[in-house]
Ligand binder design. Sequence first.
Ligand SMILES: Cc1cc2nc3c(=O)[nH]c(=O)nc-3n(C[C@H](O)[C@H](O)[C@H](O)COP(=O)(O)OP(=O)(O)OC[C@H]3O[C@@H](n4cnc5c(N)ncnc54)[C@H](O)[C@@H]3O)c2cc1C
Length: 413
Amino acid sequence: MKLTQQTVSTRCCIVGGGPAGMMLGLQLARAGVDVVVLEKHKDFLRDFRGDTVHPSTLEILAELGLKQRFDSLPQHRADQIEVLLADGVYAVGDFRGLKPFPYIALVPQWDFLNLVAEQAQRYPNFVLRMCCEATGIIRHEGDDRVRGVEANTSDGPIQVLADLVVGCDGRNSCLRDAAALQPKDLGSPMDVLWFRLPRHAADPDGTYGAPGKGGLLVMLNRNDYWQVAFVIAKGDAAMWRARPIADLHKRIVQRVGFLADRVDALTSWDDVKLLEVRVDRLPQWHRQGLLLIGDAAHAMSPIGGVGINLAIQDSVAAANILAPALLAPGLPDEALLAKVQQRRLLSTQVIQGIQVFLQRRLIAPVLAAQDDGQPLALPKAVKWLLRWRLVRSIPAYVFGVGFRREHVKSGRH
Ligand SMILES: Cc1cc2nc3c(=O)[nH]c(=O)nc-3n(C[C@H](O)[C@H](O)[C@H](O)COP(=O)(O)OP(=O)(O)OC[C@H]3O[C@@H](n4cnc5c(N)ncnc54)[C@H](O)[C@@H]3O)c2cc1C
């Protein structure tokens, strides 16, 4: 790898240090490929990221020899997902039958990414540049091939020249725009208000959804606090923010009574962040010299907490397919990039299809319903079905494992 002040040359430049980018960087570096990862932030410490590490990802971590270190991160393990309703608590997802990892690990994403970064940095052929924001792609005149990226750093602009650029820069991907790749919007009826509430020792231990007319509360157990998502109708955030914060307190307590003694921890709307939900997918994930994976190729709904796991599965497929070509001389062919898309497309389409169906049939009607003070109840037939563990295992398998397992095949050099 050759480094000068304004120009970096490498075999593969990955833009974006999220789950897709960091895991791809690690696997390529482990296989012996020269990799530079660019991340625009100065650290991984951001609170808007997904935290749910599913059995599919746990299996990949085990294959990479990282499972033991991952287990030592602060985490909460959930083997069931439950819904809180006025007439009781219902388990809707049951991971206990899954093998070899019968649970979801809830791990702050910054801890997970720090672990992956530490492991990748053991390889001398891996470079992570933080505070380095890609601003566009480099092409030579009269040639369509992407040859690298332009980026801004605190020391000024740089060029990163690469034989392959992989865009892992998330759902607002600037590389995707620069390459004139346009995602198809699959629609989402919701946005999310995201905040923390204290967790007390006597609180229940689970991971919950608490639906109510006009809004749905999801509570992720982070041991010493609850990370809470209050799902609202798309575009309603401004209306919510115009109300007193006490209105939000009231809605929270209506859904989860035991939070009444701590909703005051939200003192103003400054304590609440808005996360806009988007579900989209690129018809084509590649150009010559450029591949997009993770949210840059397909933004996921938070339903099922599957986004980081799909992004990581993309990274495994990409490393398996591309590492041999990147270790051999010559430029990786676009046909190989198309193979990554072919490998990952069907499972992405199926999961997004299920998310869009659930958004339309379950979430949109709940969000649109006028809050008449009457609690929501599950239909009797659904309650009866949920008594069977086999039924509860189906959503756990669909979201926890998915439709195409990816296994690490890229070797260790
Ligand atoms: C409200 C909400 C809740 C969610 N909850 C969950 C959940 O619980 N579990 C789950 O699995 N998924 C969840 N998701 C989905 C999940 O966050 C994404 O699917 C996942 O993060 C995608 O990973 P990624 O690596 O492709 O992209 P990202 O995680 O978006 O990472 C992209 C990275 O690229 C960096 N970047 C962006 N632009 C540039 C640039 N120009 N130059 C350099 N770096 C750049 C960013 O800083 C970021 O670090 C949720 C999504 C939403 C909207």
